[in-house]
Structures are given as C-alpha cells and as structure tokens.
Design a protein around this ligand. Structure first.
Ligand SMILES: NC(=O)c1ccc[n+]([C@@H]2O[C@H](COP(=O)([O-])OP(=O)(O)OC[C@H]3O[C@@H](n4cnc5c(N)ncnc54)[C@H](O)[C@@H]3O)[C@@H](O)[C@H]2O)c1
Length: 320
C-alpha cells in the first residue's frame, strides 16, 4: 500500500487531503503540530488503521527524520506552513523557521529515505507580479516578493527544484490563489472569507482594508476547496515537474466578497474601512492556462456556487 505523508494534515486544506487520500486507498501519515490545525478536522479517521497522526513540529530536524524512517512515505504532500503574510512581516523568524527550515528538514530526510513524488504548496497570490490593467499573473512572471512569506515560499520552490535533481524524485508546485471552504481557520491572509463569516454569524461588523485608489479593497482570486482537492488528486498520480497556478482567473475586490457573503448568509452588518497592511499585494488574479494544458484542470466553482456549497456543508455539520 502506498504511504503518503501529509504535512499540515490537521489544517484546513490538509484535512480535506487526508479524506481524499484515505478514500483512494492510500495509507496516510498526517504530520501536524496543531498550531492552527485542529484534531476535530481529522477525528473521523483516528480509528482507521490506515491513518496515523504524528504531532510533530517540522522545524525539528530529528523528529522529521524519525518519522521518515518509521513510515517510509513514497509521496509527500507538504501543506504545513505559517500561512499569514501579515504575520510574516511581524515575525519573519517564525516564517523562516516553519516555511523554509521546516521544508529543508523534510528534504534532508528524503536523502536517506527516497520518495517518488513531492507536492509542494506555494502561493500564487503572494508571488504574483504587480498586475496592470486587465492582465493576469502567469507562472513565468517575476514574483513581487513583497513579504517574508513570499520570499520563503519562492525560495522553497527553488529548493524543491534543486533537490528533485539531486535525489531523483518527481514534483509538482501548486501555486494556490486564495482557497476557501469548510473547516477554514479564520486567520491569516488567506482567511478573509472565514473572518467575515465569523463576524456575520456573530452579528458583528467587519473591517475592510482600502487603498485610496482601490476603495473596494485589494483584489484576489478565490478558488474553492473542491477544485483544490481535484488538482491534488491529479498531481498525485501524474507529477508535472513544474509549477502551476491554481485559481479561477476571476479578480474579485474584497468588498464584493463581503457583499456576496452577507447576501448568502443574510446579514445587514456594516463594513468599516481601515488603511492597508504592510506586505499585502494590491491586486492578484491567476492565469490557469498552464494547469489546463498540462493536466486538464480548470476550476469548476465560481464564488457564488462555492459559498452556497460552504453554507450547505456548515448546515449539514450543524455549525450554523
Ligand atoms: N488557504 C489559502 O488560501 C492558501 C493560499 C495559498 C497557499 N496556501 C498554503 O496552503 C497550505 C495550507 O494552508 P491552510 O489554509 O490549510 O492553512 P492551515 O493553517 O489550516 O493549515 C496549516 C497546517 O500546518 C500546521 N503547521 C503549521 N506550522 C507547523 C509546524 N511547524 N509543524 C507542523 N505543522 C505545522 C498547522 O497546525 C495547520 O494544521 C499552507 O502551506 C499555505 O501557505 C493556502
């Protein structure tokens, strides 16, 4: 049976990956230090003999090496990260420790425990170039690298490309847009939807960071978790050995996100304005033609459909 190691497996995206890998018959090693991940996200699997949870901090080299020796995974799907752009500005050392040293510890463990396939998660939004007019960001653009988070994610991509040649494994780099869906943890750059949603459900106002020339806030590309699950499945079976953008190609101002959420979740709460945060990319929208050409992946869900499905998921689980 093929063993897959999912780092960050108790988090938002990682826990959905635990679900799909188990349903596809893999043995799953979920590695997480629970700094933002939650046991409730993986609770359903704790009695499954094909599922192993290891509470490990990936910045601890010895612990990472031990886990590799113990389970000998053939596939690594690396989702553990400090994921907030704003926090990476406040504490660049934590970002470096988790997002780069943590990755290096994993790559170092691969030297003596060979793997076949590495899936590395990067950020299309943070690595986007400065968007002008109606252009979209393509993988060959020069990244802005406007934050320690972006610098470390990009450096991580480069480490993967070096290690794949040195230690002969295949890889795919997934540059996600902003992902949203059930189980998302309301913090960080990626968390605007759960942050707004928490406020709406608590009947509290939300805050919008605006620029003088962008009164509706920054723009982002939002991709639904079902589409993200699909691309992870595809590149698990067919590594692409390159980086691909994973988004919708639709640029949405944050105010429009709020208004759509308020409509679907029936709220009249106002939105308050504040100046922007340091390190934020003003506009980002991803061109996903490369994913379509290489592996036939294209986002199926537009924001309205994804948010309606999120509401149904939350209702089914009794969260609202
Ligand atoms: N959610 C998005 O919109 C988005 C967009 C672009 C990229 N990403 C990337 O996707 C990945 C997953 O993001 P998410 O939204 O699911 O976040 P998340 O916070 O829900 O998941 C991250 C997981 O990593 C774990 N973790 C953090 N530091 C760790 C450490 N030192 N050792 C072990 N585990 C650790 C956390 O406990 C958590 O379970 C991250 O790499 C993030 O940078 C996410």
């Amino acid at each position: 049976m093929t063993v897959v190691m999912i780092t960050g497996g108790a988090g938002f995206i990682g826990s959905h990956l635990c679900d799909i890998y188990l349903s596809e018959g893999f043995e799953v090693v979920c590695v997480d230090n629970l700094v933002s991940g939650k046991m409730e996200n993986i609770e359903a699997h704790l009695n499954n003999e094909k599922f192993h949870f290891e509470k490990i901090d990936i910045s601890n080299r010895e612990d990472v090496a031990k886990i590799f020796q113990q389970y000998k995974p053939e596939i690594v799907n690396h989702h553990a990260a400090q994921k907030s752009v704003a926090d990476s500005v406040l504490d660049p050392f934590l970002d470096l420790n988790t997002n780069l040293y943590g990755l290096l510890n994993i790559l170092d463990a691969i030297k003596s425990n060979p793997i076949k396939n590495f899936i590395y998660v990067s950020s299309g939004g943070a690595l986007s170039k400065e968007i002008v007019g109606d252009e979209t960001s393509v993988e060959t653009d020069k990244p802005q690298q406007a934050s320690p988070y972006a610098i470390n994610k990009f450096a991580g991509e480069n480490y993967i490309k070096v290690y794949t040649k040195l230690y002969k494994f295949e890889y795919t780099i997934l540059r996600y847009a902003n992902v949203y869906g059930n189980r998302q943890i309301p913090d960080g750059e990626c968390g605007v939807i759960p942050i707004f949603l928490n406020n709406i459900l608590a009947d509290k106002p939300s805050v919008l960071m605006t620029y003088e020339d962008m009164p509706r806030g920054c723009t982002r590309d939002y991709v639904f978790i079902e589409d993200v699950k699909e691309i992870n499945k595809l590149v698990t079976h067919t590594p692409l050995n390159t980086e691909i953008n994973i988004g919708t190609g639709i640029e949405i101002p944050i105010l429009d996100i709020y208004n759509t959420l308020a409509e679907i979740f029936e709220s009249n709460q106002p939105i308050l304005r504040k100046p922007p945060r340091l390190g934020d990319v003003k506009r980002s929208v991803l061109n996903t033609d490369k994913a379509k050409q290489l592996i036939g992946w294209k986002a199926k869900y537009e924001l309205n459909d994804g948010l309606k499905m999120l509401k149904e998921d939350m209702q089914r689980e009794g969260k609202i």
